[in-house]
Design a binder for this molecule. Structure first.
Ligand SMILES: [Zn+2]
Length: 214
């Protein structure tokens, strides 16, 4: 008799952005970002496990107030993926319905910037393939914060001081899945089928880039 052994050689740290006491953006319908992040992160975990990729959840209990604790807890993982949902500048909130789509961030201060870029690009490509569009406004000086594109087509920006990306010893990507201060996007992001589709795209992108890693 032979026993099939699946080698779980690669491990991804899936970080739930924010925590219970400071839950991030409040969506158009009043749902805290932490709840969106937790639900999506758990779906990403399930999709990665389907692909035989091991997952370490970070911050899922909602008690990680110190950002550095997150990257410390991720030590040994091959990739750090932080899950968030997006907002717009405060003065643009009255026109928030104009803004939608995903954004991906990496830091040039991360020691594995090339792998970070490869993974972010692969995630963006998968999200586009699933019908989602990059938000793009973070690159704009007036609408966003002039965060330059690292991979324009796939919605990847440089955000060099991003604490979780900078302090992670492994490749790191921050995912803003959608703009939840937009009423329509808030509704879409709360739809379990949409959430699963985003999670499958994120997991597929992770597999694409880790599979291509040297
Ligand atoms: Zn956030």
């Amino acid at each position: 008799m032979t026993i099939a052994i699946t080698a779980l050689s690669q491990e991804v740290a899936v970080d739930v952005g924010h925590y219970a006491a400071e839950p991030g953006v409040i969506s158009a319908s009043g749902v805290p970002e932490f709840e969106f992040n937790l639900a999506l992160a758990l779906d990403v975990k399930a999709e990665l496990e389907k692909l035989q990729i091991k997952v370490r959840m970070i911050g899922e209990r909602g008690d990680y107030a110190v950002l550095l604790e997150r990257t410390r807890a991720a030590r040994g993982a091959d990739l750090f993926v932080s899950i968030h949902h997006d907002s717009v500048k405060e003065r643009l909130l009255p026109e928030a319905d104009r803004f939608s789509g995903f954004s991906l961030f990496i830091s040039k201060a991360n020691p594995k910037v090339e792998q970070s870029l490869a993974c972010a690009g692969a995630i963006g490509a998968r999200l586009r393939g699933a019908g989602f569009a990059p938000s793009r406004y973070h690159a704009d000086a007036a609408l966003g914060e002039s965060r330059p594109f690292a991979d324009e087509a796939n919605g990847v920006h440089y955000y060099d001081n991003l604490a979780v990306a900078r302090s992670a010893p492994m490749a790191s990507v921050l995912v803003e899945a959608g703009v939840i201060v937009n009423r329509e996007e808030d509704r879409r992001m709360l739809d379990p089928a949409v959430r699963r589709s985003i999670a499958a795209a994120v997991a597929g992108g992770v597999r694409d880039c880790l599979g291509n890693a040297p």
